[in-house]
Design a protein. Structure first.
Length: 202
């Protein structure tokens, strides 16, 4: 089983969380300009070239949430990421889409704009993204109050299984305009799954 991904991508981190948590064996294929053969295979398997992409037994699976559900079905482990109960599963999927569409998507819009040359930046688009992100954070602060996990009392495939505490701390660093990776790493160690926490020690 091969995963085409980059560790800086939150969508890739979501899949890596599921793989590491259940000790699922896989080959990591880093998407990097220094590995043109990997990039070529990645583009051939998924012409839209959106990561991550999982290849399992010759089958190409796209989209992080779909990949995690595939792992749950094809490679079940000690942790189930989507509950068998359909109502509980619906809540997992609801929160998963909210994080991807209303937290990660606007966050990536802000990051990618920052990487552009100053003359090509989109101030209006960034303003809209920030407004959506702050609205989402306000909603999440209320929605996640009293929860250990984003989908209630269960582990779920929600970004790096975020909790209300991570959301609030992320908001503070966003408003300050800075993000301290060592600080974020310490927060994550205290909150995420044990297997992933061990991966963050280096």
């Amino acid at each position: 089983m091969k995963l085409f991904a980059h560790p800086f991508s939150s969508y890739c981190q979501k899949v890596l969380t599921a793989l590491y948590e259940n000790d699922t064996p896989f080959e990591f294929h880093l998407l990097d300009f220094a590995a043109p053969a990997t990039l070529t295979e990645f583009a051939t398997r998924w012409p839209l070239q959106r990561m991550p992409v999982l290849v399992d037994g010759g089958r190409t699976i796209i989209e992080s949430s779909v990949i995690i559900e595939h792992l749950d079905l094809a490679h079940p482990g000690r942790t189930r990421f989507v509950p068998d109960d359909r109502r509980d599963a619906l809540e997992v999927r609801r929160m998963d889409r909210c994080f991807d569409n209303y937290v990660m998507a606007p966050m990536m819009r802000i990051v990618f704009d920052h990487l552009r040359p100053a003359t090509n930046r989109d101030a209006q688009g960034v303003g809209e993204a920030r407004a959506l992100l702050y609205t989402a954070y306000d909603w999440l602060d209320r929605e996640l109050a009293g929860r250990d996990w984003a989908a209630g009392a269960r582990v779920a495939p929600i970004s790096v299984v975020r909790t209300a505490g991570v959301v609030r701390s992320s908001r503070a660093t966003l408003e300050a305009g800075t993000r301290s990776w060592p600080l974020e790493r310490r927060r994550l160690r205290s909150l995420v799954l044990p297997r992933l926490a061990s991966e963050l020690k280096s």
